[in-house]
Design a protein around this ligand. Sequence first.
Ligand SMILES: [Mg+2]
Length: 223
Amino acid sequence: MKHAEAPIPTPRGVLFDFDGTLAPNLDLMDMRRQLVVMAEQTDIPRAVYQDLYIVEMIEAGSRWLGAHRSERQAQDYAQASQQRIIDIELAAAAETTLFPFVRTLLSRLNGESIRLGIVTRNCRAAIHRMFPDHEDYVQALHARDDVAHLKPDPRHLEVNLQALDVDPKEAVMVGDGILDMQAGLALQMHCVGVLSGSNDTEALVAAGAHKVLPDASQLADLF
Ligand SMILES: [Mg+2]
C-alpha cells in the first residue's frame, strides 16, 4: 500500500494514546464482561449496547432505562457502571508501570522541540497513578474526565492539539487502537500504529495507519 510507505515529515506535535502505547493495556475484555453483567442485571436489552465501546455502552443503557423504566434507574445504573470502570482502572493502574522506554523517548522528542500530548479514554486519576511525573514530559493531557467527546470522535484529539497550539496536519497520532487511527485520520494527522497493545498490523493499516511499529520506542527514528 503506497500510503503506508510515505515518509513522515518532522512533526511539531505528537499525540500519544496511553494504554497499550505508553503502558501495558488494560484488560478491556474483562472490563466489558463485568459491564455486560451489570447491564443484564438491569434488564437492558443486549441490542442496545452490544456494538458500542464501554463508555458509550453505559450512555446507551442509561438512555434506554430513562425511556423505558425510570429516570432514577437510569441514573443509578449510570453511576454504578461508571464507578465500576473507575475501580477497575485504578486497580489496574496500581499494578502497572510505563513501558521502560517512555521517559527516554519523550525527553528526546522534547529535545527536538516537538510538543507532546496524551489523549486517553482512561480516567485522569489512573494516568496520574501510572505516570505521576507526566507534566515533566508532556504539555497536555486529556483523559476521559477532561473532555465531552471521546475518541474515535476527533474532537478529543482536537482539544489536545489546541492546548499544544499545533496544527493537526503537522502532528502525529500514535496508538495501538483502531479508534486512535480513525480519529487521527479524520484530522489528516500522520498516524503511527504500535503493536504493543491490542491490534495487529493488518487491523491498524486498515484503520488508517501510515506506519506500524513494534512499539513506540522507535518513533523518534521515523522523523
Ligand atoms: Mg490504547
